[in-house]
Design a protein around this ligand. Sequence first.
Ligand code: BEZ
Length: 250
Amino acid sequence: MSQKQWNPEQYKKDASFVPKLGQHLLELLQPKPGERILDLGCGEGSLTLEIAKSGATVIGIDTSAEMVAVAQANGVDAYQMNATELDFEMPFDAVFSNAVLHWIKTPEKVLNAVHQHLIKKGRFVGEFGGHGNVMSAQTCLIEALNQRGIDGNKYDPWYYPSQEEYAELLDRNGFEVEMIELYQRPTPLGEDVMPWLKLFSDSFLQALPVSEHWSYLEEVARNLRLRLPKEDDEYILDYVRLKFVARKKE
Ligand code: BEZ
């Protein structure tokens, strides 16, 4: 399956809540002047720049060339790189990641790469989608493919571990878990679900010819509207986050 393509303009318009809702993670990271920190999946770099305000030297990486170009234009020292194939000569005091790790279905590879790039006792701090994340949307996307005779699960791009599962994985890969917590974060999507679906469902769309994309998305959107609660005219999606602070053991 090909890698998710990000459109920085569309992301800014329909997903600007992602870095905003990640601000609280800076308190978990506690960046300090002089530290060397890697932002894994920096996107357009807004949280990277926030971290840099501490006086730390921050480098961002992202798989998307378009996002890296925007981050660089925003003043971030950013590189196009895969989180599973980090390639830096000097180790980091800390690695940070917001809203990225659920896109990578090989979490052990990420943990190995992070482990190799941290100093001894260096910290890995992050947040991503945990067990049950956006389940309403995921179910509608999968079911609409199943109804077309396609195994929808095969096109699901997301990794949403439970707290226990990820804590165990961190431990098994050389990290001491200082804090890990799964929590519900119901998130307003705006007046309609379609912008969110268009931005995030390309993996599912790969199962279908282009001529069927729109009718598929319309069906998913119809079903999703029926499932989601609304507040002040905004649909609320069932986001679940898994946040953690882990320290390299050796
Ligand atoms: C998330 O940040 O949890 C997320 C965003 C888009 C699609 C799926 C999950």
